[in-house]
Design a protein around this ligand. Structure first.
Ligand code: CA
Length: 262
C-alpha cells in the first residue's frame, strides 16, 4: 500500500481520478514555512508536490507542464505572482491556478482572477479549506462536478437585455460577444439571472454556489461579484449587479442601451 489512508480505499478516492500516479502539483511560494506546510499537507492527501521559491523558477517549472494544479503566491521577490500568471496564460498554459493571497487583499484577488486564476485562498489558510478547493478545482478542470448538466439543460437559454446565459454549456454572451467567466462567476450570475430584480443574500449565494461555508465566507461572494461586474459593464444594455446594503445582491437590466446616442 502506497497510501494507507485510514478510511478510504487505496484504489480510488473521491475527487481524484484513478490514475496509478499521484497528481503532480507545483507550489510557487518564497516563504519556507508556508511552502513546507503546503507540501506536507498535499503529500498527505496523495498529491506529489514540487516547490519553487521564486517567480522565475516557478514559471520555468510550470511551463514544462505536467502539473494538475499550481499554487501561486502573489507576493514574490523579483517576478511576482501576477506576472507569472500573466505569462503562463499568454503562453497558453491552462493548468488550474490557485492563488495564495493575504487576508483582506480583495484587489489582489480580483486582479488574480481576472488574469486567469481559478480560485484563491487567503493566508493563513485552513488545511481543510485548501484541500477542498484543490479538489474542486481539479474536478472542474476535468469537466466533472457542476459542469454535468441535467437533462434539458443543454438547450436552455436565459435572456436578459443583451445577456444570454446557456446553463448547459456554462457560457455567457453579452451583446453577441462571448464573455469569459470562471465557473463560480458563472454560477453566481446564473443564480441572480434566474431571479432578476430579486435580492439574493450572501448566504443564499454561498449555499447555492459553494455549497458550504468557507473560512473566507461571504467575502468570497463579494470578490466574485466584483469580478463579474467588471466583465459585464462593457455591454450596451448594461446588466448590473446591484448591492443591497447589508443584505446581498440583485441583478437588474437597463431597458435602454447606454452610450447609444448619436
Ligand atoms: Ca511571499
Amino acid at each position: 500500500m502506497v497510501r494507507p489512508a485510514a478510511d478510504q480505499p487505496a484504489i480510488a478516492r473521491p475527487g481524484v481520478h484513478n490514475a496509478p500516479m499521484a497528481d503532480k502539483v507545483l507550489i510557487i511560494e518564497d516563504e519556507p514555512t508556508i511552502a513546507r506546510l503546503l507540501t506536507y499537507n498535499l503529500a498527505q492527501e496523495g498529491y506529489d508536490p514540487d516547490v519553487a521559491g521564486t517567480g522565475a523558477e516557478g514559471l520555468r517549472q510550470a511551463m514544462q507542464g505536467g502539473y494538475a494544479v499550481i499554487f501561486l503566491d502573489l507576493m514574490l521577490p523579483g517576478m511576482d505572482g501576477f506576472e507569472v500568471l500573466r505569462r503562463l496564460r499568454q503562453n497558453g498554459v491552462s493548468t488550474p491556478v490557485i492563488i495564495l493571497t493575504a487576508r483582506g487583499a480583495e484587489e489582489e484577488v480580483v486582479q488574480g482572477l481576472r488574469l486567469g486564476a481559478d480560485d484563491y485562498v487567503t493566508k493563513p489558510f485552513g488545511v481543510a479549506e485548501l484541500l477542498a478547493r484543490t479538489a474542486a478545482v481539479l474536478r472542474r478542470a476535468r469537466g466533472e462536478g457542476p459542469r454535468e448538466a441535467p437533462a434539458g439543460e443543454e438547450a436552455r437559454v436565459i435572456e436578459l437585455g443583451g445577456l444570454k446565459i446557456y446553463p448547459g454549456k456554462y457560457e455567457v454572451e453579452l451583446d453577441g460577444e462571448w464573455i469569459p467567466l470562471r465557473p463560480k462567476e458563472f454560477e453566481v450570475l446564473l443564480y441572480l439571472a434566474e431571479r432578476p430584480g430579486v435580492v439574493a443574500t450572501r448566504d443564499d449565494l454561498m449555499d447555492a454556489v459553494w455549497g458550504f461555508e468557507y473560512a473566507g465566507g461571504q467575502r468570497t461572494v463579494d470578490v466574485h461579484v466584483s469580478s463579474l461586474r467588471k466583465k459585464l459593464e462593457m455591454g450596451r444594455h448594461p446588466v448590473r449587479i446591484e448591492s443591497v446594503r447589508g443584505i446581498g445582491y440583485k441583478l437588474t437590466v437597463d431597458r435602454k442601451p447606454s452610450g447609444a446616442g448619436g
